[in-house]
Design a protein around this ligand. Structure first.
Ligand code: PEP
Ligand code: MN
Length: 264
């Protein structure tokens, strides 16, 4: 299989517009859950850039549990993301939820995110396999590691070798946390695959207080990077406020991440 370590013994290093993922230096993708307005996004981008992230994240197409919840700014959000890249030099990673939106997301983003809810949307996987941009593939809500690697296989088999995996927690019987962050998946994926893997402790826990310890543990476990939600004012966030870091908390997490990364 294309994603397997047997097929490709060396670690793959994925180049996203000049930023290398998987070369030993952990990368950080941070930003709001959703692009809410130009002001909110630009403020978040400044905060994220200052503390040393390489990527700005933010959803323009939001896969919300309820159809009555904020669904995202769509193309307008993509334009703000591209503007924020011009202002900060950050790379942009954003989710694509439908085949029809791929073309537009490719136009504005550096990396396409496949969200947990679409990990087994095989039609979408095949199409992003033909899009020519690197893909961040999140683990499904209840996906086994084998199912997740098979999802990567769909993208790679369609012609796109530039896949980065993202562990974001899975559903278990535990209800205290939003998901159970499976850090053992980092070690398993490193054994089974040559693809880089990053960890999202924001969706992985659903609680901002738990982001720092889980981010530190992810880097110590060998993750190639982190994805974290940061909002200028989490109390006012239109989505995922409870798991979003304030600028102050984000700075603190980043200081620790940089120290731990230096040991790895
Ligand atoms: C996100 O990163 O914006 C997101 C919706 O995450 P997930 O697909 O992991 O739930
Ligand atoms: Mn979110």
């Amino acid at each position: 299989k294309l994603a397997s370590r047997e097929f490709h013994p060396q670690n793959s290093v994925i180049d996203v517009a000049g930023v290398k993922i998987g070369d030993g230096t952990p990368v950080v993708m941070a930003g709001p859950c959703a692009v809410e307005s130009k002001e909110q996004l630009f403020e978040a981008a400044e905060i994220v850039k200052k503390a040393g992230a390489q990527f700005l994240r933010g959803g323009a197409y939001k896969p919300r549990t309820s159809p009555y919840a904020f669904q995202g700014l769509e193309v307008e959000g993509l334009k703000y993301l591209a503007e924020a890249r011009e202002r900060t030099g950050l790379r942009v990673v954003t989710e694509v939820t439908t085949v029809e939106a791929i073309e537009r997301v490719v136009e504005y983003a550096d990396m396409l995110q496949i969200g947990a809810r679409n990990m087994q949307n095989f039609g979408l996987l095949k199409e992003v396999g033909k899009c020519g941009k690197p893909v961040l593939l999140k683990r499904g809500l209840a996906a086994t590691i084998d199912e997740w690697l098979n999802a990567a296989e769909y993208i790679m088999n369609a012609g796109n070798p530039n896949v980065v995996l993202c562990e974001r927690g899975i559903r278990t019987y535990e209800t205290y946390t939003r998901n159970t962050l499976d850090l053992s998946a980092v070690a398993a994926v490193k054994h089974l695959s040559h693809l880089p893997i990053i960890v999202d402790p924001s969706h992985g826990t659903g609680k901002w207080r738990m982001v720092k310890p889980m981010a530190f543990a992810a880097i110590a476990a060998g993750a190639d990077g982190l994805m974290m939600e940061v909002h200028p004012n989490p109390a006012k966030a239109l989505s995922d406020g409870p798991q979003s870091l304030t600028p102050e908390n984000y700075n603190e997490v980043m200081r620790g991440v940089q120290k731990i990364s230096a040991f790895m």
